[in-house]
Design a protein around this ligand. Sequence first.
Ligand code: CO8
Length: 260
Amino acid sequence: RRMFTNVEMDNSTGVAVIKMNSPPVNSLSLEFLTEFAINMEKLEMDRGCRGVILTSSVPRIFSAGLDITEMYGKTPEHCGAFWRAVQEMWLKLYGSSMITIAAINGSSPAGGCLMAISCDYRIMTDYPKYSIGLNETKLGIVAPFWFKDTMINCIGNRATEHSLQLGLQYNPPEALKVGLVDQLETEDKLMTTASSVMSQWLAIPDHARQITKSMMRKPIIDQLLRQREADVQNFVKFITKDSIQKSLQMYMEMLKQKKG
Ligand code: CO8
């Protein structure tokens, strides 16, 4: 069976590193998301694991976001199963009681950005060509309320409104300025900086930090849990529309042409 992520647990520090490893772009397929959620669940159950650093082993790319081919030309049943896996990934990551740090070593559009902003802290490689943001409107699709609320909790209401309507992608200095990332670092020092930030967070008693984290995040999580199936149905109804399928097709063609 193919592995999409690589998990390395350091028992001396209680910190796991999850490296996304699904070339060419770490797109989040149904299988990728399922494996990711299982990994998070295992780490959550492991009492020795207190923190997770999320990064990529694909050069220049953190994650290209949701795998567009999972939403194009698929049956409503498939789209529904896919969306449940997207929800599960977010519930596990945003709701994690562990310390989560994103070491963003490449571009991180849409679902990739969601993963990053679901962590507790973000450090991004200061390379001008990398970008991060929720660009859904550019594909003619709409980020659901829990993507929006995750972003609001990170950068505030006004910046989110601006960012989401225009589908903005920020380069590292812009991302730092708007608060989408907390810190920039050179490529070679990214992981050591992530580890030293992790040490600062590990110095706080877990129970106090966990209750505080939950207090901040529980309202949005509960909102999705209350209407999880309706959120799936909304997605399926939206994504299977002819006009939306057409937008996705055009976007995929644009991605391919840009290469040639
Ligand atoms: N899904 C599937 N395939 C992808 C994706 C993706 N998200 N991104 C790239 N690919 C494919 C490309 O088509 C290309 O395929 P091929 O080799 O067959 O032509 C291959 O991966 C490599 O891509 P690039 O040549 O573009 O690689 P670059 O290194 O030049 O660029 C980028 C990498 C920056 C990641 C670029 O590929 C990119 O911008 N990708 C699109 C990212 C994007 O817009 N993702 C949005 C996905 S939607 C989402 O995550 C949230 C949806 C919320 C749901 C809304 C409810 C309705």
